[in-house]
Structure formats: C-alpha cells, structure tokens
Ligand binder design. Structure first.
Ligand code: IMP
Ligand code: MG
Length: 182
C-alpha cells in the first residue's frame, strides 16, 4: 500500500457526512411521500452512502445493488464504464433512485440513466450522488440530489477507495498528489 491512513487530511468528517445524509433523506421523504422506491446502489463506492441514507428513508424501500467499474488502478480513470453486474428486477412503473458515491466526468451517471431509459419505462428515475466534482465533468449531466461540491482532488474514504483500500473509513479525506503518484 502506497499511502497510510495518517497521510490523509480530513475533508468531510463523519458528523458532516451523517448530517448531510439526514438533509438529503428529508428532501427525498418530502418528494416521494409514501410511494415505494427502488434504491439502486452502485457498488462498490456507494455502499456506505446508500446504506446510511436508506436508514433515514421513510417510504417503502427495496434495495438493489449493481456493480460498475470505471477506474483502472490508482487515480487514473479508464474513461470507460464496465458493467460488472447489472442484473435488476423489472423496474417498469417503479420509482428508481440511483445512489452513487461521486460524479466525476459523469460517464457512470450517464451510462446508468441511459441504461434505465433503454430497459425500463420507470415511473421516475432520479440520480443521487454524495459528492459532485463539477470541474471535471465531460458529459452534460447533473445529479438530481447531491451532498457536497468538491474540487479536482482524488478523494478517499467512506466508500471511495485508493487501489481498493480505505472504503471502510467513516470520513472522506485526501492525500498529497505526490504520495498518490508514487
Ligand atoms: P465518472 O464516470 O468519471 O463520473 O466517475 C465516477 C466513478 O469514478 C465514481 O463512481 C468513483 O467510483 C470513481 N471516482 C471518481 N472520482 C473519484 C475520487 O476522487 N476518488 C475515488 N473514486 C473516484
Ligand atoms: Mg462509483
């Protein structure tokens, strides 16, 4: 492992993340009322966020998990979205809420929104990301809900990994670029 947890600087603390999640859940509870929602968690990055968020949703919820990958290794994006496992139930006529960790170039978000439109006639499709890296966007896409605006920094923790590590951290941090590039 090239970096240690002690190399990380905290960007969003556990308290900040959890309070943002409650804010987002309140908006969703207001929007959906008592309508059933299919929460679609995009593995692996969104696992912490989707499960914490779902705990605050009050409508009837079904949780689905799909697995995509776009990052090759380290911090360099492959620029392609790989559908590792995208098996989903029949979502025709359902409210679908896709949960992502971060929208970066926007390729993953666009892939998923197009995938829903091509395969289902949903009642509604919304996209929620904990983090929104607007400055690196390469396709014209905006999440319907997002937690925090972030800059062009490679972020680590709370689902976000560096070479597979650090997803288990309760906070989101970043490391010196020089350490990441070692
Ligand atoms: P996009 O398709 O370029 O928007 O990339 C989205 C995916 O890249 C996310 O779901 C993450 O898995 C990954 N990603 C983008 N930025 C970061 C980051 O700063 N840290 C960790 N993973 C990231
Ligand atoms: Mg992801």
């Amino acid at each position: 492992m090239k970096i240690k947890e002690s190399d990380l600087k905290v960007l969003f603390s556990e308290e900040q993340i959890q309070s943002k999640i409650k804010e987002l859940a309140t908006k969703m509870n207001d929007f959906y009322g008592n309508e059933e929602v299919y929460v679609v968690c995009v593995l692996k990055g969104a696992v912490m966020f989707a499960t914490d968020l779902a705990k605050h949703l009050k409508m009837p919820v079904k949780m689905e998990f799909i697995r995509l990958s776009s990052y090759g290794s380290g911090t360099v994006s492959s620029g392609k979205v790989n559908a590792v496992d995208i098996s989903l139930p029949d979502l025709n006529d359902k409210n679908v809420l896709i949960i992502e960790d971060i929208v970066d170039k926007g390729l993953t978000a666009k892939f998923l929104i197009d995938f829903m439109h091509c395969n289902f006639k949903t009642k509604s499709t919304k996209f929620c990301s904990l983090l929104d890296k607007k400055c690196t966007r390469s396709v014209d896409i905006e999440p319907d809900y997002y937690g925090f605006d972030v800059g062009d920094e490679f972020l680590i923790g709370y689902g976000l990994d560096f070479d597979g590590y650090f997803r288990n951290l309760r906070y989101i941090g970043f490391a010196d670029k020089k350490l990441l590039e070692q």
